[in-house]
Design a protein around this ligand. Structure first.
Ligand code: SF4
Ligand code: SF4
Length: 203
């Protein structure tokens, strides 16, 4: 039989009389250390549904689905896949849409489907080709960020027009059915249709 070395005996004695390194959770209260990264929590007022966090999430825990029938974007966050890296918080365009919290151990469960949370945001859809431009909240965020400069874009002007109800109610929901014409420049259009209108206007 081999006898332990002196170094190992010393380590055993030090460990015996030291406080445990691990936390006392779940017996005692969980006290997170500074900079602890737990479950990302969404701020409903500051998440505009822009897709940025889904693009930077390494394990693909954040996904988006656009439904043209309901006009809604559904953002799903699967905390069963989340690795708590903090990339979503770091790259959030509003800086406040999602923040990592102290919650982590209470995420343990037997049914992983309960770890999926969703948010919904209203889509901004091109009135000519039906393509998804982004969400209305995303565009409003851009307006606020750019201030008066935002209205250099005709899309922004048209959105303001809709919001302030400057046009007659029946004009506000015009759907372009008979091909793009000059008058359609005052509808909500995606960049492709907008470009076609500008070319049309030059003729
Ligand atoms: S606003 Fe922030 S949290 Fe919301 S979708 Fe965009 S990046 Fe993600
Ligand atoms: S913390 Fe990382 S893994 Fe978790 S949702 Fe955010 S980006 Fe994805």
């Amino acid at each position: 039989m081999r006898y332990p070395k002196l170094r190992e005996v010393k380590e055993a004695m030090v460990s015996l009389f030291s406080k445990p390194y691990t936390t006392s959770f779940p017996k005692g209260e969980f006290k997170p250390f500074k900079g602890f990264r737990g479950k990302p929590v969404v701020d409903e007022d500051n998440c505009v549904g822009c897709e940025t966090c889904a693009n930077v999430c390494p394990p693909g825990a954040i996904t988006f689905k656009d439904d043209l029938q309901t006009g809604l974007r559904t953002i799903s966050r699967d905390y069963g896949k989340c690795i708590f890296c903090g990339k979503c918080e770091e790259h959030c365009i509003t800086g406040k849409g999602v923040k990592l919290s102290d919650q982590i151990y209470d995420l343990a469960c037997f049914d992983r489907s309960v770890l999926i949370e969703t948010q919904q945001r209203e889509l901004l859809i091109c009135e000519s080709c039906g393509a998804v431009i982004t969400t209305k909240q995303h565009m409003q965020f851009i307006h606020e960020k750019l201030g008066a400069k935002a209205y250099a874009s005709i899309l922004n002007l048209n959105m303001l027009n809709q919001r302030l109800q400057l046009a007659r109610a029946e004009d506000v929901t015009v759907t372009v059915k008979d091909g793009l014409k000059r008058k359609n420049a005052f509808n909500i259009l995606c960049p492709n249709c907008n470009r076609n209108i500008q070319i049309e206007n030059l003729r």
